[in-house]
Design a protein around this ligand. Structure first.
Ligand SMILES: Nc1ncnc2c1ncn2[C@@H]1O[C@H](COP(=O)(O)OP(=O)(O)OP(=O)(O)O)[C@@H](O)[C@H]1O
Ligand SMILES: [Mg+2]
Length: 267
């Protein structure tokens, strides 16, 4: 049998007490340089978990460890444990089956050189969906969930690269959703998106969290404040503080460095 059968089941029983992602003693190195140092935290099911922090804090590296990008990144060494639905991501034999369950959206839209339709139909086809009618349903549903359907429904056969930057980023989100992930990792998705589109995507994310769990890495502390249920503050590879988002913005903030950062006094 294929390796897939030995990987954890795609739809594990829900366990309210178990975190969606549990990170313990996570240390990430590139060669001799430490990018993340002994980070432990939990990400709960159906929350938006924000990660804020200045450049070079290890935010992107943290996301890479969750979906095992270290397997494809030269020199990247991961220590500690990342449990996804209770299973160590390093025990997945078939990384494709892990990554089907974890959608990723990068800072800049990364479109496939395909039509709008085919960008979204690509993953379902790979997963074995053959019938055009079934693909049509998936494509429409994903484009609607990414708040893009109305703008592209008459140009599904146009190249994705001909859409505006903000539309391409929503197409990237639609594509990430097309594999029916139960965890979505967003890395500064709004860096190349205008403020109006950013707000539209934020509304999409607030809706999506009813269905899936979202990790939102953002340079914009106010974006974390608007969206995230809980937030971690990373600084130069250290997880300085993690708690309910409002705590980081209140007098209950635990660490003076967090306060300084959210008040815009550095970074
Ligand atoms: N592929 C790589 N090879 C070598 N070093 C890397 C690699 N990727 C990241 N690093 C280093 O790891 C450290 C943390 O980088 P990371 O991209 O995780 O930070 P970040 O918080 O996402 O920063 P930014 O806000 O600028 O995106 C940096 O010093 C960076 O140079
Ligand atoms: Mg980054």
């Amino acid at each position: 049998m294929s390796d897939v059968t030995r990987d954890p089941a795609p739809a594990p029983a829900k366990d309210a007490a178990r975190p969606k992602v549990s990170v313990r003693g996570l240390t990430i190195r590139y060669g001799d340089a430490v990018a993340l140092d002994d980070v432990s935290l939990d990400i709960h099911e159906h929350e938006i978990f924000g990660i804020i922090g200045p450049s070079n804090s290890g935010k992107t590296s943290f996301l890479r460890a969750i979906n095992r990008m270290d397997a494809f990144t030269d020199g990247m060494v991961v220590e500690g444990r990342v449990l996804f639905d209770g299973h160590d991501v390093r025990t997945w034999r078939n990384l494709y089956s892990l990554r089907r369950r974890i959608g990723v959206v990068f800072p800049l839209p990364v479109g496939l050189p395909l039509t709008v339709y085919e960008n979204v139909a690509f993953a379902p086809r790979l997963a074995g969906v053959r019938k055009k009618a079934d693909l049509d349903v998936i494509v429409e549903r994903c484009l609607r969930r990414a708040a893009l359907w109305d703008e592209v429904k008459d140009r599904l056969d146009a190249l994705g690269s001909l859409l505006s930057g903000g539309q391409q980023q929503r197409l990237t989100i639609a594509r990430a959703l097309s594999q029916e992930p139960d965890l979505l990792l967003l890395d500064e998705f709004s860096i190349a998106v205008d403020p109006v589109t950013t707000m539209r995507i934020e509304a999409v994310l607030a809706e999506l969290k009813k269905e899936i769990t979202i990790v939102l890495v953002t340079n914009l502390v106010q974006q974390a404040r608007r969206l995230a249920d809980r937030t971690a503050f990373f600084l130069m590879g250290e997880c300085v503080e993690v708690g309910p988002t409002e705590q980081l913005f209140s007098d209950d903030v635990q660490d003076p460095r967090t306060r300084a950062y959210v008040e815009g006094r550095f970074g």
